[in-house]
Design a protein around this ligand. Sequence first.
Ligand SMILES: CC(C)(COP(=O)(O)OP(=O)(O)OC[C@H]1O[C@@H](n2cnc3c(N)ncnc32)[C@H](O)[C@@H]1OP(=O)(O)O)[C@@H](O)C(=O)NCCC(=O)NCCS
Length: 184
Amino acid sequence: MTRHKTTPIRIETERLILRPLAPQDCEAHISMMLDPDVAATLSPNGKPQARHDLWRQFASYLGHWEIRGFGWFSVEEKATGAWVGRVGPWMPDGWPGIECGWSIARPFWGKGYAPEAAIGTIKWTFDQFPDLSRIISNILPENTNSQAVAKKIGEEKTGEVFEFWDFKLDIWAAEREAWRSRFG
Ligand SMILES: CC(C)(COP(=O)(O)OP(=O)(O)OC[C@H]1O[C@@H](n2cnc3c(N)ncnc32)[C@H](O)[C@@H]1OP(=O)(O)O)[C@@H](O)C(=O)NCCC(=O)NCCS
């Protein structure tokens, strides 16, 4: 799926601003990913990846925007302007659907920022893709923090499993009509 519209994107929620990930976010993104608590559920071996690999990962995220016309949003705290993480629609080649993903830098955990940004993301994604019947999130069975986010934003575990790297990821999903009637 590709998005063709070229209007600037800025999503505002109660406490956050979401805008496309941009080159100036590279260092903040690498810092987040070097944190062992964040890497535990995101990197192939559960440990922080090398800086040079994280730089390449970040470059691939910018490339995703180029190819698809959508991708990760940088999430900024309105009150301070701080970069707090990345949340957004994501569908690299071979993915089982458009995913709403989330990662928040460790100092900002526990404020409900991931669910707030995810709700803004899902609204935007359903608006952009009128034929999209569901949005998914791929979550490790042991990632209880992420499962808590999925539940808060109205996703349910489907029973489907997506295998990627050595992970067996549970596919959580929200169906368009049911989600719209709950979140608008
Ligand atoms: C999953 C994640 C995005 C949640 O972000 P968040 O903004 O903290 O979300 P919430 O504030 O809604 O908290 C979600 C859950 O995280 C846990 N949590 C919150 N603050 C925490 C803290 N300071 N320490 C440990 N766990 C915490 C709680 O279980 C919470 O659920 P609850 O609100 O029902 O108690 C964040 O933990 C993260 O970035 N983790 C690493 C990357 C990752 O796993 N991404 C998802 C891949 S599928």
